[in-house]
Design a binder for this molecule. Structure first.
Ligand SMILES: [Zn+2]
Length: 233
């Protein structure tokens, strides 16, 4: 079922039902295992063969019930105001969580006396990371703190960052044109990371001499949900 691509609405509904049928989250169990076992997927190609293409999850759950800077969630640990697609501005629609079957391990906002400028997603085993929207790769390389990272320019002053990758997908380099849901690399713990995860940022601003460091980060969950009717009005 997960390899087929019916109309988006039917797909999301089916995923929601599938997710429910798959069992409730287990709030009494702390999810993150040791990094060694999270890295069990040996390569991007193997992971893609295992999990197939990007299928945005209809819901996002917390990896553990208590996250200090986590968003509001229901009693089962599902993020209350989650939509698979967000409308950043009039022209740019993005995926909210650009990995399959991921959970949220840290939210946007204050953390350890600093501001955490993105949201962290985990999946077991380490999952492929996909582009949240079409655009052009601006940065693909190693950056201070972020480790192996990709920054995509979606146009109209909107950018996304994918950090701590274990490896890049073939052909991902500065200048590469990219579509929605295209593999960028695989979740890892390069750079300043204490566990295998994706650090995902939605940024706005103008590209200048400071590159992605000159942009303004936003909480991906702060944007309104994209409703397909929006584009018809
Ligand atoms: Zn992070």
């Amino acid at each position: 079922m997960r390899r087929t691509r019916p109309a988006a609405a039917a797909l999301l509904l089916a995923l929601a039902l599938w997710g429910c049928a798959g069992g409730a989250p287990r709030p009494d169990i702390a999810v993150p295992p040791p990094p060694e076992s999270q890295g069990a997927s040996p390569s991007l190609a193997t992971d893609l063969a295992r999990q197939g293409p990007y299928l945005p999850d209809a819901a996002l759950r917390l990896c553990v019930m208590q996250i200090s800077n986590g968003p509001e969630a229901d009693t089962r640990g599902y993020v209350s105001r989650f939509s698979p697609l967000i409308r950043v501005n009039e022209r740019v629609i993005l995926a909210t969580a650009p990995a399959n079957n991921a959970c949220l391990s840290s939210g946007f906002g204050p953390r350890f006396g600093r501001v955490h400028e993105g949201m962290d997603l985990q999946a077991k085993p380490a999952a492929t990371i996909f582009s949240a929207g079409p655009g052009r790769v601006r940065e693909a390389g190693t950056a201070r703190g972020y480790g192996r990272q990709v920054v995509i320019d979606h146009g109209h002053g909107v950018f996304t960052r994918y950090a701590h990758l274990a490896e890049f997908a073939p052909g991902i380099r500065a200048g590469t044109r990219i579509g929605f849901g295209q593999p960028l690399g695989r979740m890892g713990e390069s750079g300043n990371a204490t566990a295998v995860h994706l650090h995902y940022e939605v940024l706005t601003g103008s590209w200048g001499p400071k590159g992605s460091y000159g942009l303004t980060p936003h909480d991906p969950l702060s944007f309104p949900a994209y409703e397909w009717q929006d584009s018809a009005s």
